[in-house]
Design a protein around this ligand. Structure first.
Ligand code: DAH
Length: 339
């Protein structure tokens, strides 16, 4: 038990600390030297039995060694902490022998692909795409479209109301159709107006062919002499491009919408393919009602035209032969990968 031994102990501690690869191992190593029954303990015990002169001498050396060991410990602890942080920053350790993971390829959702096609087709016919809010006021969604409160036609569209109110004290709502965009746009712009609006719409409805959220494509063309013939020509051209076939017939079936008069449902029939021979409803349409033209801020004696509304899901289902609309929203890759 002399000072040389003490120097050796410091060296041993240095090695032991260096070999500790994490904080827990380091604490064990610390106990071996500085702990109650560690390597330094017998020296301290011995101090008590020494005479004052020797005591002073050994005491000095002992303290010096102890301080050195403690310093080594603090240094190594800091080092281990830093490597731990770096490791965490880099995530798990990299095993270069693992095979590569490969990259998955994304793709467009079928509804997005449809929308892009629709956009292209109508833009090529000089229609402008415009947007509107999904949370609407009673005025834009209903009243301006000739659908006042207590009118029975309101029940055609079961509405989600929101517990917030507009400046007239009426409840805000999730728009039930894209038609309010007509009002928003036409009341700020001058005819001739040729617009398409697209977006999410909401109704209290859910089954294989209805979803509480769905998408509509809305068209509006008004000017000085725009008539049903224009509507028919436009819509037929659109459908032929959308379905990429000449083999389809169009039929206008009388219907009712508060915002158009006369109103029609547009049906199509394919003369070839899987859906051959069946009339399929694809849109609501009609000549814009004089009251609606007035609400746009125009004189219905001068400005006339038509509007139409089509379900994006409906068109996409027909194009791809999909029978359950809910598939669009389930994000099942087995479905989505087919497009
Ligand atoms: N907004 C109607 C609906 O959601 C669809 C529609 C019908 C839109 C006739 C129109 C239209 O612009 O003229 O059922």
């Amino acid at each position: 038990m002399n000072s040389e031994n003490l120097n050796n102990l410091v060296k041993e501690a240095k090695n032991a600390f260096r070999l500790a690869l994490n904080v827990a191992e380091l604490e064990n190593a610390k106990a071996k030297f500085l702990g109650k029954s560690g390597a330094l303990a017998p020296y301290f015990e011995k101090l008590a039995s020494l005479e004052i002169g020797e005591k002073k001498e050994l005491g000095k050396k002992l303290n010096k060694s102890k301080l050195e060991i403690e310093k080594l410990l603090v240094g190594r602890r800091q080092q281990l902490k830093e490597t731990q942080i770096i490791k965490e920053l880099h995530g798990e350790e990299i095993d270069p022998s693992l095979p590569g993971r490969g990259k998955g390829f994304g793709g467009w959702h079928p509804l997005t692909t449809s929308l892009k096609r629709i956009e292209e087709i109508f833009q090529s016919m000089s229609f402008r795409f415009v947007d509107g809010p999904e949370i609407e006021t009673d005025w834009y969604n209903f009243t301006a479209l000739n659908n006042p409160k207590d009118h029975p036609a309101r029940s055609m569209q079961d509405t989600f109301y929101i517990n917030n109110f507009d400046s007239d004290g009426l409840k805000l709502l999730l728009r039930t159709h894209t038609s309010p965009v007509q009002v928003r746009y036409a009341s700020k712009n001058e005819p001739p107006i040729r617009i398409i609006s697209y977006g999410k719409t909401y109704r209290v409805d859910s089954d294989a062919t209805h979803s509480p959220m769905f998408h509509q494509i809305e068209g509006l063309w008004i000017g000085e002499n725009v008539n049903f013939g224009h509507l028919k020509g436009l819509y037929k051209t659109f459908l032929k491009h959308f379905f990429e076939t000449e083999d389809l017939e169009l039929r206008f079936r009388p219907s009712f919408f508060p915002f158009t008069e006369p109103s029609a449902e547009i049906d199509i029939k394919f003369s070839s393919g899987k859906l051959q021979g069946t009339w399929l409803e694809v849109a609501g349409a009609g000549q814009v009602h004089p009251s609606v033209i007035r609400n746009f801020g125009f004189d219905p004696e001068e400005i006339i035209g038509f509007a139409f509304g089509t379900g994006l899901e409906r068109l996409t289902m027909i194009r791809h032969g999909i029978t359950d609309l809910r598939l669009f929203y389930e994000n099942d890759l087995r479905f989505l990968r087919q497009f």
